[in-house]
Design a protein around this ligand. Structure first.
Ligand SMILES: Cc1cc2nc3c(=O)[nH]c(=O)nc-3n(C[C@H](O)[C@H](O)[C@H](O)COP(=O)(O)OP(=O)(O)OC[C@H]3O[C@@H](n4cnc5c(N)ncnc54)[C@H](O)[C@@H]3O)c2cc1C
Length: 439
């Protein structure tokens, strides 16, 4: 194996090209869009993302974490905004140094592409849209302004996101290819809280802000220019939804009712709401992620998840690390490499997909409740009392590199033990009180 054709130079594509370049492979990376460094960043995708331990580890392994994180903003916990405008801060971890980081998608994309281009054996071709792959011969067909061209490699890797053209070619050619995509009933729209008139932050900058409203929510992440990017996650259809809220009056009324403390900070609300696209939220599960030694899928192309655990990109970066480890283990056998990569990642990607959907319900509904805050305090108290033994699920997913499936399983066991202990303590207390009253 000496030459890889990569399709898609998004977040994972750039990083994977750098990893492959470092191993000395010839890499041709094809991206349908123009160079993001020319300011053509994807419209309608999240402007900023939360990067945490797994993603940072992947950047560290290739030596670009410092460069990538230089403008990132640490977020130490959730800042919950209730309807009355009251704020409740809930730290992410018992250790105040543990935080997730808000990072700009465009800057991160440029950083990984530049990292790849430092290797002379990596070539990046923008404005090349993949329209199909011959999976038996590892040939990709690409549309350019000058017509169609082909790219031939020893293997083609699809890093082309949730609506992957490479995956589509596998689906068409492999009889038993398993494929499932499911959409949430909610869509999302990005809005902006600009800096204040004096250029200052309008809200706490070191927090991820959440306005939980049971069936829907808005969140906001800070940007280096002191603005916040807000994302409204809301039903597409229904009596109160994107579908029924169209006019400026309807939009203003909805925001004043639901997010009254945010409205004064959003002078461009109506323009943003009208002009910004409404995105959909998809979960993609498929198998296998490879075809012989010829084709492989990485990142969202293999396993798109909804964004509520802030892990899609982190998981995509972790894929790159695992694929690199498998290449190291089986340098002479690409099919073995792809098989092992798939074996190590698939159950974890499936687990993350479930966790991400579960966290939507937690964020939009439970974070507002006292019970949720009490559970978080209990989690942190147990973590402090039993260091290394009790780890809250959020901590395992976000601040460790424990495989997602193992983290989910361990959290289920921990929860059962905690609930059983609480039940036992409550039973003993009730029995003691009954005994006291009886004597
Ligand atoms: C609203 C929202 C918020 C999110 N927040 C977070 C977060 O906080 N933390 C987190 O970890 N993740 C988050 N994610 C998930 C994250 O965006 C994705 O998991 C991540 O972008 C996956 O990287 P990727 O490289 O696999 O795919 P992408 O970033 O989608 O890149 C795919 C690339 O392939 C290119 N491409 C597509 N088709 C073709 C083609 N036919 N030919 C050539 N090129 C093609 C695209 O132009 C793109 O450049 C969020 C997602 C959304 C939608």
């Amino acid at each position: 194996m000496s030459k890889f054709v990569l399709i898609g130079s998004g977040l994972a594509g750039g990083l994977l090209a750098a990893y492959l370049g470092r191993r000395g492979y010839e890499v041709d990376l094809y991206e349908r869009r123009a160079d993001p460094r020319e300011g053509n960043i994807v419209g309608g995708r999240s402007i900023n993302l939360a990067i945490s331990t797994r993603g940072i580890h992947a950047l560290e392994q290739i030596g670009i974490a410092k460069e990538a994180l230089q403008h990132a903003i640490p977020m130490r916990g959730r800042m919950i905004h209730d309807k009355g405008g009251e704020l409740h801060f809930s730290p992410y971890d018992v250790d105040p140094k543990k935080c997730i980081n808000s990072i700009g998608r465009a800057a991160l994309n440029s950083t990984v592409i530049e990292a790849a281009q430092r290797y002379s054996n990596v070539r990046v071709h923008f404005n090349h849209k993949c329209i199909g792959v011959d999976i038996d011969s590892a040939v990709a067909h690409l549309e350019t302004v000058n017509g169609t061209v082909t790219a031939r490699g020893d293997a083609v890797i699809g890093v082309d996101g949730a609506f992957s053209a490479v995956r589509k070619s596998m689906q068409n050619a492999i009889a038993k290819f398993q494929y499932d995509e499911s959409y949430l009933a909610h869509g999302y729209k990005e809005l902006t809280i600009p800096p204040g008139p004096d250029g200052s932050w309008q809200m706490e900058k070191n927090a991820l802000h959440i306005w939980p409203r049971k069936s829907f929510m808005m969140i906001a992440l800070p940007n280096p220019d002191r603005s916040f990017t807000c994302t409204l996650f809301w039903e597409f259809e229904g009596p109160r939804s994107f579908a029924t809220t169209k006019t400026d009056d309807e939009v203003r009324r909805f925001f004043e009712e639901e997010f009254p403390d945010a409205v004064p900070f959003m002078p461009n609300l109506l323009d943003d709401f009208r002009n910004n696209p409404t995105g959909s939220l998809v979960t993609v599960r498929c198998a296998p992620w490879f075809y012989r030694d010829k084709v492989c899928l990485v990142g969202d192309a293999a396993h798109a998840v909804v964004p509520f655990y802030g892990q899609g990109m982190n998981a995509a970066f972790e894929d790159c690390v695992v694929l690199d480890e498998c290449l190291e283990q089986f340098p002479e056998n690409c099919e073995r490499t792809f098989t092992e990569y798939f074996r190590r990642r698939k159950e974890n990607a499936d687990s993350l997909a479930d966790l991400a959907i579960g966290n939507f319900i937690e964020m939009r509904d439970k974070t507002a409740s006292r019970t949720f805050r009490a559970k978080k305090k209990l989690d942190h108290a147990l973590e402090a009392a039993l260091p290394g033994k009790y780890l809250p699920l959020y901590t395992m997913v976000t601040f460790t590199r424990m495989p997602y499936a193992r983290a989910a399983k361990r959290a289920r066991i921990q929860d059962s033990l905690v609930y059983a202990s609480l039940f036992l303590i409550a039973s003993v207390l009730i029995a003691a009180m009954l005994w006291l009253f009886a004597t």
